[in-house]
Design a protein around this ligand. Structure first.
Ligand code: SDX
Length: 391
């Protein structure tokens, strides 16, 4: 039937999802987690506090935050057999499939799998928040052939992650408070974003009553695509090509506008923001702070030049293409010492509380049914089988 086709998607999911968690106004460039503006949370909150806010719906009291942080700290270690799991991957494996596989494997070590048992959902929530940074750090160490470090639970989640990633067993690791604060803020900025591709994946997989671990594992795969979370790595590759004088900024921008070989200005454009992504504005500020500290950066100059050209060029203005959260993050991560293939892993660590909050909202919503989107059939009408010797 053409004309008014109403697609009954049959469950609380992407296209017409009701949610109390995150509000976006794409035209005004507004982003709020549980009503709090992202600018205030980025400036005043901490990543663990934002995890609590997204998952439980309110900012925690001092005691609630202390108890939440203590619960997370107790679960940062991985089962010794799960550590052996990393030996199954080649050293040059991209860390995103390692992350997704390890998260799925978590569900084989723990029996907190019943999506309708609040205590089991709470256990898997805490285990995922606590162990994902450890898994990410181990994936990085595995790629370097370096020893894994056990977590140090005297540290915060972000401090522990930096130490496990860049530290060595043989020597103390000195945390730089400015780097810790910058990374903690970046995790806050990535923590949730309404029904983006990976969050919709988590909700869709979870709507079949798959475990939280498997739903998050699916979300990690969705995030890895270069049009989604993989864009931060693609931006750095784009800037590096320009820096290596494969082409200058003007030549590159002409390629983009001519749509040559599908070249895009990575880190620009958004399905919802048709204005400046409020997160990108904050990241740009942080980039200046971190890069000044870590030494000025030619790639930052190139990025700012591309932004300057795009914001003045009708091609981009007419299509409402502005920097998104991925445009400047890779520059900061590079200055912090992360390799490009770890950038989307950092996005996943930040996005985890949002995925968990959205999965819990979906599984507890009585209106949720299994995801079963319909289609508009555009194939052949009925026809009869043709015998082989007649074809
Ligand atoms: C994230 O959904 C979320 O919330 C995601 C995210 C989150 O927090 O979860 O915000 C994180 O994924 C951010 C986006 C990261 N991806 C990139 O930076 C990759 C580059 N961006 C594009 O691929 C694109 O902008 C999308 C996919 C992000 C959004 O695409 P839209 O809104 O569907 O736009 P479109 O593909 O319909 O394009 C509209 C026009 C087209 O030109 P015309 O056919 O009209 O001539 O704009 C052009 C496109 O060719 N266009 C671009 C462009 N993005 C769109 N041209 C050049 N460079 C770009 N980046």
């Amino acid at each position: 039937e053409t004309g008014n086709v109403t697609l009954d998607v049959g469950f609380v999911n992407t296209a017409s999802c009701e949610s109390d968690i995150t509000y976006i106004d794409g035209d005004q460039g507004i982003l709020r987690y549980r009503g709090y503006p992202i600018e205030q949370l980025a400036e005043k909150s901490s990543f663990v506090e934002v995890c609590y806010l997204l998952i439980y719906g309110e900012l925690p009291s001092e005691n609630e935050l202390e108890e939440f942080e203590a619960k997370i700290r107790r679960h940062t270690m991985l089962h010794e057999d799960l550590k052996a799991f990393f030996n199954g991957f080649p050293r040059d494996a991209h860390p995103m499939p390692v992350l997704s596989s390890a998260v799925s494997a978590l569900g084989t070590f723990y029996q907190d799998l019943d999506p309708f048992d609040p205590e089991q959902v709470e256990n898997s929530t805490i285990r995922l928040l606590a162990k994902l940074p450890t898994i990410a750090a181990y994936a990085h160490k595995k790629s370097l052939g370096q020893p894994f470090l056990y977590p140090d639970n005297s540290l915060t989640l972000t401090e522990n992650f930096l130490r496990m990633t860049f530290g060595f067993p043989a020597e103390p690791y000195e945390l730089d408070p400015e780097i810790v604060k910058a990374l903690d803020q970046l995790f806050i900025l990535h923590a949730d974003h309404e029904q983006n591709c990976s969050t919709s994946t988590v909700r869709l997989v979870g709507s079949s009553q798959a475990t939280l671990y498997n739903s998050i594992s699916a979300g990690i795969h969705a995030l890895s695509g270069p049009l989604h979370g993989g864009a931060n790595q693609a931006v750095l590759e784009m800037l590096t090509k320009i820096k290596n004088a494969e082409y200058d900024t003007d030549t590159f921008m002409k390629k983009v506008k001519d749509k040559e070989d599908g070249v895009k200005l990575m880190g620009f454009g958004h399905r919802v923001y048709k204005s400046y992504d409020p997160r990108a504005a904050i990241v740009k500020e942080t980039a200046h702070t971190v890069l000044e500290k870590m030494g000025s950066d030619e790639l930052m100059e190139i990025a700012m030049k591309l932004e300057e050209i795009a914001l003045a060029d009708d091609y981009f203005v007419e299509r409402k293409l502005y920097p998104n959260v991925d445009f400047y993050t890779g520059l900061i991560y590079t200055a912090m010492g992360f390799q490009p293939k770890m950038f989307t892993v950092l996005f996943a660590i930040g996005r985890l509380p949002g995925w968990i909050a959205q999965w819990r909202e979906m599984i507890n919503d009585p209106k949720t049914k299994i995801g079963r989107p319909r289609q508009i059939y555009t194939g052949y009408t009925e026809r009869d089988y043709v015998a082989l010797d007649q074809r």
